[in-house]
Design a protein around this ligand. Structure first.
Ligand code: KIV
Length: 272
């Protein structure tokens, strides 16, 4: 495949992810929600593309991830899947699509796989949703877990503060990591937990643990709009900004507005 920034352009699969952990090769995961961005992300060498339900915040402007629907997630995932040739593509199951019962969960996961051609689904929670996880995996669908700060439960937590600082919650998280791995999950995202706890999680299972605000892990994930600096107001400690797209885009759009207003755009070369 041409245009790729990485030498190994083989399609990333569940077995490759496990191999990467065994070989000590870090996994780079990033969100995407549209075709053009996903194509850049794929060609830049990101191993796993997540169609996160963070689309609810960054695409739709909602305060939480709760309002996004299954149909809206499928729309975003269809565009991303078309673009991603190398990356393993994971689609978040949105709030309400897997909590009611296992049958509904597996039906919705099948819809995602059929209609989007994604490689896996991601579900928030541990032992509470393990029956749904097992049914989905039994249907042949890879599942990525998500523990620690699980944004779909924000109304229960009441805060986006670091999770699992207390011993009881830390022990529950480690037990959930084992339960999800034993059920056959292909990876687990751990969000906003102490780095020492992430290390214990990494050492306790042979599937990749992907961190966001969790310190060193088998891999890392970030929300693309945040790491590209599109969103000026969001600056948690864990976020590294790799660009200042807010300034770049504002300057470019400002220049366009001024060229249109002055009559400078279009010039003779830009006309038919
Ligand atoms: O929805 C999302 O983008 C996520 C990541 C923050 C892991 O779940």
């Amino acid at each position: 495949m041409s245009g790729y920034l990485v030498e190994d352009t083989r399609k990333v699969t569940t077995s490759r992810l496990k191999e990467m952990k065994a070989e000590g090769k870090k996994i780079a995961m990033l969100t995407s929600y549209d075709y053009t961005t996903a194509k850049i992300v794929d060609e830049a060498g990101v191993d796993v593309i997540l169609i996160g339900d963070s689309a609810s915040n960054v695409m739709a402007g909602n305060l939480t991830t709760l309002p996004i629907t299954l149909d809206q997630m499928i729309y975003h995932a269809q565009s991303v899947s078309l673009a991603a040739k190398r990356a393993f593509v994971v689609c978040d199951m949105p709030f309400g699509s897997y909590q009611v019962d296992e049958k509904e969960a597996v039906r919705n996961a099948i819809r995602i796989m059929k209609e989007t051609r994604c490689d896996a689904v991601k579900i928030e929670g541990g032992i509470e949703i393990i029956d749904a996880v097992k049914r989905i995996i039994d249907a042949g669908i890879p599942v990525c877990g998500h523990l620690g700060l699980t944004p779909q439960s924000i109304n229960k937590f009441g805060t986006y503060a670091v999770r699992a600082k207390e011993e009881a919650e830390a022990q529950k998280l480690l037990s959930d990591v084992k339960v999800l791995a034993e059920a056959g999950c292909c990876a687990i995202v751990v969000e906003k937990i102490p780095a020492a706890l992430t290390k214990q999680a990494v050492e306790s299972v042979d599937i990749p643990i992907i961190g966001i605000g969790g310190g060193q892990a088998d891999g890392q994930v970030l929300v693309i709009d945040d790491m590209l600096g599109k969103n000026k107001g969001f600056a948690p400690k864990f976020l590294r900004r790799y660009a200042d797209l807010h300034t770049i885009m504002t300057d470019a759009i400002g220049a366009y507005v001024s060229d249109v207003k002055s009559g400078d755009f279009p010039n003779e070369k830009e006309c038919y």
